[in-house]
Design a protein around this ligand. Structure first.
Ligand code: SF4
Ligand code: SF4
Length: 405
């Protein structure tokens, strides 16, 4: 296992982190025995960073996996959900419950979960930075950070707003320009933040159901690798990246990732290898229906439409059609619930403001009609209310537990 140093605190993190968002399941429930075995196996082979979140509903399980001497071998990372806190007391309550979930005295890496312009504003209004200062001084967390899903300007604004130790960004060879992107990666790295990368496989899309046109390019490479290895090697080729998370719920994936993590030295990919990845990237872009670059010059939209996100999800559903239902559910949850205010394509009132700012000269209003026709319907009607009800119930349960502590 290779390790990379976090400049801010000197921690040596394994280049491969264990992403606990998608643990193995059996009969529709998390398979606890297998999950614990897998987590411990990864730690026994050098992984020392475990990432979860209260929203993944498995903090207690991860806590149990880290009993029997494993807790001392790893850094635990978890997150505060901005979408499920309304006031300062809620923030305190969630944190108290999280410590109890893991049954630990402190959290090593604590993040504000999934920041973007809207929920960042809410976090500032709730004075979350003072809260982070306080729990850090009290030794309840060792490092403060945030995970991010917004635009580049907001990313830089957040990086500059606090003495963060680390951040977590979505990064893969298709998302160099999206969200924080390469620009954000370099910006945070030159400020000394540890950088944890999530979604190296774009939610599994870069490793499952590979389009034949893409497979043809991989096949012609002299160096033979699986699509997963190409994707991980590309992320870890960046010296700015500290650790990449992989949601490893199959034993063979763990083995493969551990092997890659033994070899992925920064700047080790040759010009020819980078060229093959570049060809694959271009092919995926060619397969995209819309071709939005995610620059976000068209935003903000006065009606709240997250134009770039709508196009990104629509394109994903076209390139990776086998995952269409999953993408539609993600569209409903991320734009209908997590975002704060609904940001669906159908919210467009056709004011025309955005089209004047698009360097690609995309007919945004017409394209949004295509997106809403294709992505919205029964799923956007059913899932958000169910999820909101669940969040209310979860908040009630958290408040009650915190009161009884
Ligand atoms: S045309 Fe639609 S998407 Fe564009 S700015 Fe106006 S309301 Fe927003
Ligand atoms: S300005 Fe154009 S290319 Fe940029 S995010 Fe908006 S629609 Fe996409």
């Amino acid at each position: 296992m290779l390790y990379r140093k976090v400049e801010k605190n000197g921690d040596e993190l394994s280049v491969l982190g264990y992403g606990a968002m998608r643990l193995p399941s059996k009969n529709g429930r998390t398979d606890e025995e297998r999950s614990i075995k897998q987590i411990r196996y990864a730690i026994d082979h050098g992984v020392n960073y475990i990432d979860t979140a209260i929203a993944y509903m498995n903090e207690p399980l991860v806590g149990r996996a880290l009993q029997d001497g494993y807790r001392e071998k790893v850094k635990i990372a978890t997150k505060l959900p901005p979408w499920n806190v309304k006031n300062k007391e809620d923030i305190e309550n969630v944190f108290k419950v999280q410590l109890e979930n893991f049954n630990i005295e402190y959290i090593d890496y604590y993040m504000l979960h999934g920041l973007h312009a809207t929920n960042w504003k809410k976090m500032i209004e709730l004075d979350v930075l003072t809260f982070l200062d306080r729990i850090k001084k009290a030794g309840k967390i060792k490092n403060a950070g945030f995970s991010f899903h917004g635009d580049k300007d907001t990313f830089k604004e957040i990086v500059d707003s606090y003495d963060w130790d680390f951040c977590m960004i979505q990064y893969n060879y298709l998302d160099e320009e999206n969200q924080a992107g390469t620009e954000g990666l370099k910006y945070a790295a030159q400020k000394g933040l540890g950088i944890i990368v999530m979604e190296p496989f774009r939610g599994g899309n870069l490793t499952r159901a590979i389009p034949p046109e893409v497979q043809e390019i991989w096949d012609k490479s002299e160096v033979k690798r699986t699509p997963a290895e190409w994707a991980l090697r590309w992320v870890l080729n960046h010296p700015e990246v500290t650790c990449v998370l992989s949601g490893m719920n199959e034993e063979e994936h763990i083995e493969e990732n551990l092997k890659i993590a033994d070899e992925a030295v920064p700047n080790s990919l040759s010009k020819e290898e980078l060229d093959i990845i570049g060809q694959v990237r271009d092919k995926y872009r060619e397969l995209m229906k819309i071709g939005c670059t995610g620059c976000r010059y068209c935003m903000p939209c006065p009606s709240g439409v997250d134009i770039a996100k709508c196009f990104e999800m629509y394109d994903s559903s076209k390139i990776f059609p086998s995952n269409k239902i999953e993408t539609q559910i993600m569209y409903a949850l991320s734009l209908g619930v997590i975002h704060g205010k609904p940001a669906y394509a159908s919210n467009c009132t056709k004011c025309g403001k955005c089209e004047r700012h698009c360097p690609q000269e995309l007919p945004i209003m017409d394209l949004l009609d295509d997106v809403s026709g294709d992505m919205e319907g029964v799923i956007t009607k059913i899932f958000p209310p169910i999820f909101k009800t669940y969040l209310r119930f979860d908040k009630y349960r958290t408040d009650r537990r915190a009161r009884n502590m």
